[in-house]
Design a protein around this ligand. Structure first.
Ligand SMILES: [Ca+2]
Length: 160
């Protein structure tokens, strides 16, 4: 029975993200808007890191930082959500409740950014990232998630 429980927990962890993403339109088509990473996929929509490798590194760093401060990490979770992920979680994972919101404050609604501007769960192409201010048409005075705070440093440029 214990083995079955462990197996179920592991399967849930490994396959949890796809079902989470399937409830957000075009979530698997979002691109990384960060300088130097443009046009690479942002696979973990709602999280501060674009892929599982970087996500797990980020988790390890966050845990280590707490340990270094003398804090316990027992029983704590480290979802590393961005502003869009926090909004989605707060809405109990209901896309309809956050579609018209502008989670990152860049002047475009989450639906507009994800290619579902009318909030009908349309299949389309995302024009932006709903958790990072990447609206090139606006000065974004209400931005809460600027690139210079949430993006990693650009990869080093290769010398020609
Ligand atoms: Ca955005």
């Amino acid at each position: 029975m214990l083995k079955l429980t462990v197996l179920c927990i592991c399967v849930g962890i490994i396959y949890g993200y796809p079902s989470f993403l399937s409830n957000i339109p075009n979530a698997n088509k979002v691109k990384n808007p960060c300088p130097g990473y443009e046009n690479t996929p942002w696979k973990l929509l709602g999280h501060r890191f674009p892929n599982r490798v970087l996500f797990h590194r980020g988790q390890a760093a966050e845990k280590q930082a707490l340990i270094d401060q003398g804090e316990s990490i027992a029983g704590r979770s480290f979802p590393l959500l961005n502003v869009f992920g926090e909004a989605y979680k707060s809405a109990n994972f209901q896309w309809a409740l956050i579609c018209n919101l502008d989670s990152d404050g860049d002047g475009l609604s989450n639906g507009a950014e994800l290619g579902d501007p009318n909030c009908v769960f349309a299949s389309g192409t995302p024009i932006g990232h709903p958790g990072i201010c990447d609206n090139k048409q606006s000065a974004m005075p209400n931005c809460v998630s600027p690139m210079n705070e949430v993006c990693p440093p650009p990869p080093s440029q290769s010398i020609p």
